[in-house]
Design a protein around this ligand. Structure first.
Ligand SMILES: CC(C)(COP(=O)(O)OP(=O)(O)OC[C@H]1O[C@@H](n2cnc3c(N)ncnc32)[C@H](O)[C@@H]1OP(=O)(O)O)[C@@H](O)C(=O)NCCC(=O)NCCS
Length: 311
């Protein structure tokens, strides 16, 4: 095989990586008679740009004599290393490149990082490859999507609980008291439920135009947060008590009018969220994604992640 170099990516190479992402997924999903990924790569390019902006040294490409043949990207959020992307062009798969890319960005063993990722359940190669590093698939991540056809089933927020838009709290200058109050409240919820804080990802969500809400109880204590977006995407959602998950989803599904179908990523541990969404009329879509990790770190009964590419 010709020699292939693994090196950090350059910003200008991100659109090529997005094309490799689509090409390598379509290659195996077409064999499963699934529809191809649409041509518009805008959203995945923006995610890649975010990964690159926060963790440039963990975004690497494999370069052959003529072109980029694969890439991988991970983010480090405190002690959590999350592998967001690893894709090799179909013709170059099975020659050890995926392993080389992952090993180029794995944290050194002495930092004691938790290793995690999300994989497609229809993809034994990636599931096996990551399991070699201890990142074993542990929990399904379900794509629940569609239209609310039974709005009357959506639970209301409990008495005294209010949904406060993030902009209401963080009005004023970016370094002002409102912003600090919001980041402290969201950070405390993330630490409790996800195990780490990730303010850079919240900034990304808000730049993308997702609308955040903080759920405050009658005495003003933050009990959770959630996001909804006009694209129909709902999440991430974090709640201190599982009983708030359904009401928070009920609020989010109604709070931001969607241009089409709505969609939520729901870990299998969040059974009440699954029930709430199915009763309202949404449906399971596609094969489940699998969340894998080498050591437990989050409570996925009370935390619905951003996407398979970013917790
Ligand atoms: C998944 C992917 C990144 C792996 O990269 P690759 O270069 O093809 O894989 P490698 O050759 O580096 O290694 C795969 C390893 O898994 C092993 N493997 C493959 N299938 C396996 C199985 N069913 N059970 C156990 N081990 C398996 C291989 O033997 C190899 O290990 P080895 O090097 O010890 O022999 C690549 O195939 C790809 O891009 N696939 C399509 C897109 C995708 O699914 N990406 C992952 C998104 S979650």
């Amino acid at each position: 095989m010709t020699s292939i170099d693994v090196r950090p990516a350059a910003a200008a190479e991100i659109p090529t990586c997005a094309k490799i992402w689509r090409e390598s997924i379509n290659d195996y999903t077409s064999r499963l008679n699934q529809p191809p990924i649409p041509d518009d790569l805008g959203r995945i390019i923006r995610l890649h740009q975010h990964l690159f902006a926060t963790d440039p040294e963990r975004f690497v490409v494999a370069v052959g004599p003529e072109r980029i043949v694969g890439f991988a990207a991970a983010v480090m959020r405190e002690r959590l290393w999350f592998l967001s992307m690893c894709f090799i062009r179909p013709a170059e798969q099975g020659h050890g490149l995926g392993r080389r890319l992952v090993e180029a960005i794995l944290p050194p063993p002495n930092v004691g990082a938790i290793l995690a990722t999300a994989t497609d359940s229809a993809q034994p190669i990636s599931n096996a490859m990551y399991s070699r590093y201890g990142i074993v698939p542990r929990l399904p991540l379900l794509s629940v999507a569609g239209y609310v056809t039974h709005p009357e089933t959506l639970p209301d927020l409990p008495p005294g609980m209010v949904a406060v838009p993030f902009e209401t709290i963080a009005a004023g200058p970016p370094d002002g008291a409102g912003h600090r109050e919001l980041s402290a409240a969201v950070g405390a919820l993330d630490r409790e439920l996800l195990g780490v804080e990730h303010p850079q990802d919240h900034r990304f969500l808000r730049l993308e135009g997702r609308h955040g809400f903080l759920y405050r109880d009658a005495i003003g204590v933050s009990q959770g947060y959630g996001y909804a977006w006009e694209t129909g995407r709902v999440g991430p959602v974090a709640v201190r008590h599982e009983a708030l998950m359904g009401p928070a989803l009920g609020h989010l599904l109604r709070a931001v009018p969607a241009r089409g179908a709505q969609a939520v990523w729901v870990p299998g541990d969040a059974a009440s969220a699954v029930g709430t969404l199915l009763r309202a009329g949404l449906r399971f879509e596609d094969f489940p994604i699998l969340l894998g990790w080498d050591r437990p770190f989050a409570d996925f009964g009370r935390y619905l992640p951003i996407s398979p590419g970013l917790l």
